[in-house]
Structure formats: C-alpha cells, structure tokens
Design a protein around this ligand. Sequence first.
Ligand SMILES: [Zn+2]
Length: 175
Amino acid sequence: MIIMLVENKNILYAPGRQKYIEASKKKESKNLKKCVFCKSEKDLLILESKTCFICANKYPYGTGHLLIIPKRHVNSITDLTTKERIEIFNSIDLCVYALDIYLKPDGFNIGASIGDVAGQSISHLHFHILPRFQGDVGWNVLLNFKVLSVSPKDVVLEIKKTITKFKLKKKFGLV
Ligand SMILES: [Zn+2]
C-alpha cells in the first residue's frame, strides 16, 4: 500500500485504501438484497412510523425484547438524518413506556452493536430494548440460555394493545 503525506501534517493520504473502500461498497450493495431488516417481518411488527419500525425480536435474549429499525439501509448512527434520529429516539421512549406498563421490568438494556467486533450480526443499524428483571441472568449469558415465559408474538399483541389503550403514538410524536 502506498501512503503519502500531504502538506497538512494532520492528513495521511493513502490511495491504496480506495480499492478496499470501493470493494466493500460493492459488497454492501450485494448484501442489501439479503438484508432481513430491509424486509420487515410483518408478523412481529408493532408500529411503523415514517422512518422506522418497532418490532419484537424474532430471537429474543429475554422476555419483551424489542428492536427499533430504521427503514433505510444504514449501518452507522452518523448516517441517520435528523428526522430518523428523532423518530428512533421517540420510538425507544415509547417502547420503554409501553414495556413498563405491560411487563413492569426492574430495568432495561438499551443499545446498538456496531461492527463485527461488537457482536453485530446484521449489518443494518438497529437498537435493542431489553427489559431486565431482578434475578435474571446477564446479557452475555442470555445469548446462550434462552428461558422465555412469553412468546414474541404475544409481546407484539400486548404492546400493540398498550400503544392503542394509552394513545402512545400521539404521546411520542409517531403519528
Ligand atoms: Zn437493510
């Protein structure tokens, strides 16, 4: 690889990287066709807003595990538009509010894994909302042991009912 230093000492010019970047962009557009989050799974869909979906996780780490998925195929939070950022955060807020009513958890894990090294399995940005209960096992252990008392389909039904009953779409600006 050729690396050149240009006039500004803070910039490294590495033309050899261009090939790598172009190849990874091609790979990305190929993966788009296979991306499971680009095809929303309607049976686990809870709420669709203009820019994102709220779904139950098909492979939950624990009871009530929800996902917020932007409709656009982006893989970095820095690629989100202001509107997407607002709707995603409002959706996280709505999920926590609805899960508090439905399952009364003792806490939550909320977050996104970005990059292979962080354990990301699907290259389409998504946020996890995982209700936590006193006495349950840790996040990492949950990846290997799944003991669920409620199926994801029941979670979808109950959260949808909660959204309607408490008018949460309006409350969180997702109409
Ligand atoms: Zn996608």
